[in-house]
Design a protein around this ligand. Structure first.
Ligand SMILES: [Zn+2]
Ligand SMILES: [Zn+2]
Length: 418
């Protein structure tokens, strides 16, 4: 489900339609370039037919992304694309279904009329509940296997869009009338009455549109709609938004050897692994019990994680991260980078960091005794770089020259919708 938000250009007021994953905005009318951030999740509402103070807004969590679970010596993954009611209530719909696609969405600001409930149920609890239900279903469907209930070691959500969508309703006696379709009425009970009593004014949930200018040289930054790293073509620096500021991203690239390439971005993260001695590449080979003879040089070669810096389906994410972490590219250039054409960075560093234990788990899959101790490990980032690797187009795939790693073209297109 792809959601569209109706909005106006903050500079010229021209009407624009934003996708929920848009983080970079270039206005077709006035050409201004802005990046979009919010202090917490984005807050939207299904636009009501008539506005007014009497409207009460019921919050729903919106989640789209991949849930990775470490369980049974396996990394299990699931793509989720859901909405769920975020307050305890038995009378209102538990999901918004396809309505967020059918009804125009707008941002909620401090000026939006009506009263608002804030989520009382944590998104994490909702996702845990869904995971339990689905796992239970799979276990029942698979009676031939003797499965003892497996303990989850850990769960990570990656490539996610988490936001709040409000459903406006109008109290009418002991019923609630749907704010979009007056023919729809919801029954109420004591739970609804106490909910409505708790509703308050909208907070300042409006997103910030900030000028996408290079903090170093003042040049216009480049980005695509879903980009979360913006490039300056004037001084060859790259920037990512952290809170209200742009922070510089360290850049590197492995240069192409052959003709027409596309540069695809990856995060290279130097980790501090706590709970197990994983400092060098040799440590990693032994820890994951890989069929490789440790050579002397690896005893002093620092271990680093690599992950895609773009959203892609979970299987390919793990495959790419695993391959590059086990065979790290070298010959990285860091000066005077010319990276064109380059695929946009659509996976923020923070989410790549969140994925590190999952990547480690993927490397030790099926080594049960190692896998089951992953719960005791924590991984922090010492530092990070964004490295572009050259891929050559061959048929429907992009191939990394260095190591015969293939990324199907369609996988990049699908990833945009994750
Ligand atoms: Zn404009
Ligand atoms: Zn610059």
């Amino acid at each position: 489900m792809d959601l569209k938000i109706a909005h106006q250009c903050p500079q010229c007021g021209g009407p624009v339609s934003l996708a929920e994953t848009d983080r970079f905005f270039a206005c077709d009318y006035c050409r201004v370039r802005l990046y979009i951030t919010a202090r917490g999740p984005f807050h939207y509402r299904l636009t009501p037919n008539t506005d007014g103070d009497a409207l009460v807004h019921i919050p729903y969590w919106r989640f789209k992304g991949v849930s990775y679970t470490l369980r049974n010596a396996q990394v299990q993954h699931r793509i989720l694309d859901i909405t769920r009611i975020a307050v305890p209530n038995n009378h209102l719909p538990y999901s918004l279904g396809v309505r967020p696609q059918a009804v125009p969405l707008t941002f909620v600001t401090a000026k939006t009329a009506g009263s608002f409930l804030t989520p009382a149920i944590l998104l994490k609890d909702i996702l845990d509940g869904i995971d339990k239900q689905l796992t239970h279903g799979e276990m029942r469907a698979d009676m031939t296997r003797t499965m003892k209930p497996a303990e989850n070691i850990e769960r990570a959500f990656i490539g996610e869009t988490a936001s709040v969508i409000f459903l406006p309703v109008l109290p009418k006696g002991n019923r609630l009338q749907d704010g979009i379709n007056a023919a729809m009425q919801y029954q109420t009970g004591p739970d609804t009455a106490s909910l409505i009593d708790a509703a308050g004014a909208a907070a300042d949930w409006s997103p910030r549109f900030l000028p996408a200018l290079c903090p170093a040289c003042g040049w216009d930054l480049d980005g695509q709609r879903e980009s979360c790293v913006f490039a300056c073509s004037n001084c060859s620096r790259a920037w990512m938004p952290i809170k209200r500021d742009l922070t510089e991203v360290k850049l590197g690239a492995v240069y192409r050897r052959m003709g027409s390439s596309k540069y695809i971005p990856f995060w290279k993260i130097r980790p501090q692994v706590n709970g197990v001695a994983l400092e060098t590449y040799a440590d990693l080979i032994r820890y994951a019990n890989l069929p490789k003879a440790v050579i002397k040089r690896w005893e002093s070669q620092e271990m680093v994680f690599w992950t895609p810096a773009f959203k892609v389906r979970p299987k390919l994410f793990l495959l790419l991260a695993g391959m590059l972490t086990l065979s790290p590219p070298d010959n990285i250039a860091r000066d005077r980078l010319r990276l064109s054409p380059a695929y946009p960075v659509t996976l923020p560093l923070s989410e790549a960091e969140e994925s590190l234990k999952t990547v480690l788990a993927y490397l030790v899959e099926s080594k049960r005794h190692v896998f089951e101790k992953l719960g005791d490990i924590t991984i922090e980032t010492k530092d990070s770089e964004l490295i572009y690797l050259p891929f050559n187009r061959r048929g429907n795939e992009f191939i990394y020259e260095g190591q015969n790693i293939a990324v199907p073209k369609a996988a990049l297109a699908h990833g945009k919708n994750l």
